[in-house]
Ligand binder design. Structure first.
Ligand SMILES: C[S@@+](CC[C@H](N)C(=O)[O-])C[C@H]1O[C@@H](n2cnc3c(N)ncnc32)[C@H](O)[C@@H]1O
Ligand code: SF4
Ligand code: SF4
Length: 510
């Protein structure tokens, strides 16, 4: 999660008010999601990193082919090429073909990747995590059963990548190892964030033997003191020992998997330790031992009302430079992604994140993971597109709400779907002001003021503190209203209300 969560999602294009020729050229030739990497690490380092990632992917694909056959290798490669968000690969192909699917989103037939929250139990109390601040009644805390989880995964016959991580301790789920085996039996790529504080011998054995694709170690400090202050309940020494042990297990079995990468959430209390963290990572093992494309992703904190004081606007340049210098010296890749400054976020017309649904406890469907970690669950649940335990996912995917969202999000002059208002990955505000916010279930458009006063959760209102919401209280009928109205009827992917014929021609169930 937090990685597309926020990691490989499109990032701010540039912060410089007046653009140099170099920046303008870079913007013309470098795909938007890579611009921030270029800006932080420079062209040469970026190319080296991409080359290493490409090379490592090719060698892992051959490894899987030899050990598990063509299907495993092909699915791995196809995730690298076609999974648009998340650690699975960022879907390089979409840099080239993304425009087409943005333009005709309803032609995208069915998701091949998803995230699913299989537990909301957690024994830790990390100071930056919404789980720590949930009011008792806002979220049930439980493990889904193995059969319940598999019943959902079976609804996705063409699934290529899945993350089973939500707000909870996934690796303490009693069936987690069985689920790792299940995912491997279908060759579904499986790459997840995890703190690695509580691993048992069985965990090490299963993740290596089953060729789990990757672990993103949530590791937010370089010293035990800071780490244990932030990740309350996790043990610094234990995690370091467990990473070493995982590296040893991989060597013993001569396996490149799982690839080990790191996610470091940047907060007031830990940004000064980023350069030291580079050394720590290099001291534990080498990049070749982690996996050639292993990297540290320094990721912005996703904020909500209770943790506003942890937020940093910008990581000081000296820290970034020192971290880069050490990374070069120690052969570590480091990357800084994301921003909390709304005006630096790209416009929602660039979004493809809806291709990866997020199924959160207990079964509610959200279009993506980008609205999570906002401590705003009542809102998300209330406006979910459906619930997989009440209805088949295919029916939900084709319902009015989901179709309206997919159809409108990429259109510059359309209202913002309610579930996307206040997105932390794209800047939806200009469209919220100009075209309003649409309730995707009913097709009704409301003004920013109405949305703010009547729907937005209390924990997210701070995001609108500098906006005069009363200034935008009138919305004109939008030009896609007729089309949206048809989604309520039995309209097909092309928007035609002639189900039998369309079902045949478009092969899209209605
Ligand atoms: C919610 S945790 C679940 C997995 C596991 N319990 C763990 O700690 O890695 C997944 C990731 O979200 C990150 N995370 C939690 N709160 C966050 C926040 N406010 N902003 C950004 N990332 C956050 C965690 O640091 C972790 O890397
Ligand atoms: S970050 Fe992970 S370990 Fe920490 S409280 Fe949240 S879910 Fe639990
Ligand atoms: S909330 Fe909407 S705009 Fe934001 S990433 Fe998800 S689908 Fe895209």
């Amino acid at each position: 999660m937090a990685d597309s969560m926020i990691m490989d999602v499109p990032a701010p294009a540039s912060v410089a008010p007046s653009r140099s020729l170099k920046t303008t050229l870079a913007r013309m030739v470098i795909p938007p999601p890579l611009l921030h990497v270029y800006r932080r690490v420079g062209l040469w380092r970026m190319v080296t990193m991409l080359f290493a990632i490409g090379w490592s992917s090719i060698s892992v694909a051959f490894y899987l082919w030899r050990k598990r056959g063509f299907d495993a290798a092909w699915k791995f490669v196809s995730v690298k090429l076609f999974t648009p968000v998340g650690p699975g690969g960022a879907g390089v192909a979409w840099f080239f073909f993304g425009w087409f699917i943005r333009r005709y989103p309803l032609l995208y037939r069915f998701p091949r990747q998803l995230e699913m929250e299989i537990t909301t139990r957690c024994s830790k109390r990390c100071i930056h995590c919404e789980h720590t601040y949930w009011p008792k009644e806002s979220q049930v805390r439980k493990n889904l059963g193995y059969d319940e989880i598999v019943r959902v995964l079976e609804q996705f016959p063409t699934l290529r990548w899945a993350s089973l991580v939500g707000e909870g301790d996934t690796f303490r789920h009693p069936d987690m190892m069985e689920l790792v085996k299940y995912l491997r039996s279908r060759n579904i790529m499986n790459y997840m964030p995890e703190h690695m504080s509580d691993w048992t011998d069985e965990t090490f054995k299963t993740v290596v033997e089953e060729d789990m694709d990757g672990i993103i170690v949530s590791f937010d400090a370089a010293t035990a003191e800071t780490y244990e202050k932030l990740k309350r309940g996790c043990g610094f020494e234990k995690v370091v020992a467990n990473i070493k042990k995982l590296v040893e297990e991989k060597k013993k079995r001569n396996s490149p998997l799982p690839e080990i990468t790191f996610i470091y959430i940047a907060m007031k209390d830990n940004i000064h330790e980023i350069p030291e963290f580079v050394d720590l990572v290099a001291d534990i093992a080498s990049r070749a031992e982690y996996g050639a494309s292993s990297r540290i992703g320094v990721v912005r904190l996703l904020t909500f009302k209770q943790i506003l004081d942890l937020q940093v606007d910008e990581i000081p340049k000296e820290i970034v430079e020192l971290a880069q210098e050490r990374a070069r010296a120690r052969d570590v890749f480091i990357n800084f992604t994301g921003t909390n400054e709304r005006e630096l976020l790209p416009p929602p017309e660039c979004c493809l994140a809806w291709m990866e649904p997020y199924i959160f406890m207990p079964g509610h469907i959200s279009q993506c993971c980008s609205v999570f970690i906002s401590n705003n669950r009542d809102f998300i649940r209330e406006h979910a597109h459906g619930n997989v335990y009440e209805e088949d996912f295919k029916a939900i995917w084709n319902n009015k709400s989901y179709k309206t969202l997919r159809y409108l999000i990429g259109k510059k002059d359309a209202p913002i779907p309610m579930q996307c208002a206040n997105c932390r990955v794209f800047d939806t505000l200009p469209r919220e002001k100009k075209h309003g916010i649409i309730d995707t279930h009913t097709g009704e458009v409301m003004s920013l003021r109405e949305f703010h006063d009547e729907h937005l959760g209390e924990n997210m209102k701070w995001r609108y503190e500098d906006v005069d919401v009363n200034a935008f209280d009138y919305c004109e009928p939008h030009r896609y209203a007729d089309q949206v109205a048809r989604f309520g009827e039995r309209a097909c992917a092309r928007g035609e209300v002639a189900p039998e014929r369309c079902e045949e021609e478009c092969e899209v169930s209605v």
